[in-house]
Design a binder for this molecule. Structure first.
Ligand code: NAP
Ligand code: CA
Ligand code: CA
Length: 263
């Protein structure tokens, strides 16, 4: 894809994100929360409205592009064909509902299965993270540099302790410097992208949880793989790690040692 074409699309996406700054406070003010699969599986009018607004934006400006997103059925879409946008309209919905902080919008643009543009919008902190294929990664327009190497013994690591067995958690505690988890796959990944965390693991993400992270990882020299250290398929997702390259192998060794990490 031509650079000019990519820049034009990027400009229009920036303009779309700008429109949200007026809308999100009103949506939060009138927040309505409902549950999906169980009492912890939340969705709000904010998630639904943001996704609907992006769907309308695509229909108007890029009618041939498809949307693959959390709050809709994606059964008709082959994410590896044509122009596809993968979106998590709110990542960290529990945080939105309970704290009104630490949630983000995840958006990834793929052409014939290749990531071209990626966005993670940390709306509460006014930070738009962006990666452009071949042109690096940015926060609010300022370039991000590749993080320094972090060995596991010096690293803060992040994962959901509910899905890892106690023995593995103990091994991770011993091998790393410390543990933190924000509760948003996108924002936990951003900490790795910025060199604050060594690694973030999610054992069950869907494509919209990790769509943007691929391009940040490749532009900044981070590792992003399955937990078996194989190539991660963006269209199916599944157990994943995004990691500083200096602690990736060690982190996977600890996770997979003994009887593995599963509960
Ligand atoms: P949470 O605050 O609801 O979510 C934390 C992050 O995980 C968010 O990015 C969220 O995306 C995502 N997430 C939500 N449900 C998930 C699932 N079933 N598998 C993988 N990622 C998920 O997390 P929580 O309150 O600690 O846990 C809520 C439920 O999600 C529990 O059943 C937990 O076991 C599960 N969970 C599993 C993992 C994992 O690594 N397997 C990670 C987090 C949560 P949205 O905000 O877009 O939903
Ligand atoms: Ca999510
Ligand atoms: Ca979500």
């Amino acid at each position: 894809m031509e650079k000019e074409q990519l820049i034009k699309i990027d400009d229009s996406i920036h303009a779309w994100f700008n429109t949200l700054d007026d809308i999100i406070p009103k949506l939060i003010n009138d927040m309505v929360t409902s549950t999906k699969k169980n009492r912890f599986d939340l969705v709000t009018n904010v998630d639904k409205s943001i996704q609907q607004k992006f769907e309308s934006f695509l229909k108007e400006h890029y009618p041939s592009h498809q949307l693959f997103a959390e709050e809709k059925s994606n059964s008709e879409i082959n994410a590896k064909e044509g122009h596809v946008w993968i979106m998590d309209p709110i990542d960290g919905t529990t945080n939105l509902v309970k704290q009104q902080e630490d949630y983000c919008i995840i958006l990834g643009y793929f052409v014939e299965g290749e990531p071209m543009l990626s966005y993670i919008y940390d709306y509460p902190h006014g930070k738009l993270y962006k990666a452009v294929r071949g042109f690096g990664a940015y926060v609010n327009g300022e370039p991000l540099s590749s993080p320094e190497d972090i060995e596991l013994k010096d690293a803060i690591i992040s994962y959901n302790p509910l899905v890892i067995n106690d023995e593995t958690i103990q091994d991770l505690n011993e091998a790393s410097f410390g543990y933190r988890c924000i509760g948003s796959c996108g924002l936990d990944s951003i900490r790795v992208i910025k060199g604050q965390f060594g690694a973030h693991v999610n054992t069950n993400p869907k494509p919209w949880d990790i769509a943007a992270q691929f391009l940040f990882a490749s532009e900044l020299g981070l590792k992003m793989t399955t937990l078996d250290n194989t190539k991660l398929d963006f269209s199916t997702a599944g157990p994943f790690i995004i990691s500083n390259k200096a602690c990736h192998t060690h982190m996977l060794d600890v996770l997979n040692s003994g009887n593995g990490y599963k509960n």
